[in-house]
Design a protein around this ligand. Structure first.
Ligand code: RIB
Ligand code: CA
Length: 326
């Protein structure tokens, strides 16, 4: 099988950690590196959580490159209320001493794009690192095959303001810069589709029953995130946004959407809002593939069975039982 080369740019982050787990469980992907951006937590915490994800997957051979840590123009606002002060559910896991951790995410991305062909980027956090690559080396940036970005929202309400999704709210200037200057195909995996991807109490209890190290790790790191979802939105379970970006990258049939011109608000009450010209009022060239629907059952099946292939039978019993699978 020809594996697709990817860099996962992320701000781990509980759902980022789950996304890294599913990416490393997928034979279709050749994950070249994890690059860390500030978002859920500052990069100085994010890289430690990235190491935890690599460790549980037995892939500490994959290098981690740390980004500069601050949005292009805004001051950094983190989401420790959602992901915990440690960024991984306040489990305060023991630091992992081995692994390959370096600074210079932006230069790494430029180097690998110049050295290797057919590299794509799965972006799970604010787009700061990518915008900095585009500013520094636009011709190199445009060698990226495609970008699949978890971020933004079309019709769904915001999660950090009435209208804005967190990744694009943290660093709206980066999104704007990329939308205005990039020639790379861009897929926006926004809240319209990720809100359908809920790790419900039933699935969490299934994981509890599987007697499996990876399943136990998922339960452990999502507990804090589940409590936040109940407090914040009276949701039982937790929305796992980032794994959808990975699974959509692998299997486009998971989601449907449309191409349109997208821009983002960079100041004022609506800062971070994605403005998507679905009716083509502005007559600008479409620059974004906006995803609007997802097969959430297929998503959950892919998510669970890829990470836990040896538990496929037990997982399918629950997924195929309407009582549990919604
Ligand atoms: O709005 C959800 C996104 O913001 C997810 O990627 C989450 O990890 C945070 O980065
Ligand atoms: Ca993220």
């Amino acid at each position: 099988m020809n594996k697709r080369k990817v860099i996962i740019d992320c701000d781990p982050g509980i759902d980022d950690t789950l996304a890294i787990m599913v990416a490393l469980s997928s034979n279709e992907l050749d994950v070249k590196a994890l690059t860390i951006v500030s978002g859920n937590v500052h990069v100085n915490k994010g890289f430690k959580n990235a190491l935890q994800a690599l460790k549980i997957m037995g892939r500490l051979d994959i290098p981690i490159y740390i980004g500069d840590g601050k949005p292009l123009e805004r001051e950094l606002v983190v989401a420790e209320d959602t992901h915990g002060v440690d960024g991984i559910g306040e489990n305060f896991l023991k630091d992992i001493k081995d692994g390959i951790v370096k600074k210079g995410a932006v230069n790494y991305i430029i180097d690998i794009l110049n050295k290797e062909k057919d590299v794509s980027i799965i972006a799970l956090g604010p787009l700061t690192n990518l915008a900095e690559v585009l500013k520094k080396s636009p011709n190199t940036f445009n060698k990226i095959v495609e970008i699949v970005s978890m971020g933004g929202t079309f019709k769904s309400h915001g999660n950090c303001s009435p209208v804005a999704e967190f990744n694009y709210w943290v660093d709206p200037h980066s999104v704007k810069y990329i939308m205005k200057n990039s020639q790379v195909p861009f897929h926006m995996v926004g809240l319209d589709v990720t809100r359908e991807c809920v790790l419900t109490p039933n699935y969490i209890e299934l994981l509890n029953q599987l007697n499996d190290e990876k399943a136990d790790f998922i339960v452990k790191i999502t507990r804090f995130y589940v409590d936040f979802h109940w407090k914040q939105e009276k949701i039982l379970g937790c929305v796992i946004n980032d794994p959808l970006a990975v699974l959509y990258f692998i299997n486009r049939s998971l989601c449907k959407g449309f191409s349109a011109y997208m821009d983002v608000v960079t100041e004022g009450i609506a800062i971070g809002q994605t403005v998507i010209d679905s009716e083509n009022f502005y007559k600008f060239k479409a620059n974004c593939n906006v995803l609007t629907s997802v097969d959430s059952n297929m998503f959950m099946k892919e998510f669970l069975t890829r990470i836990l292939p040896h538990k496929k039978n037990e997982i399918n019993i629950i997924l195929n039982n309407k009582k549990y699978s919604g």
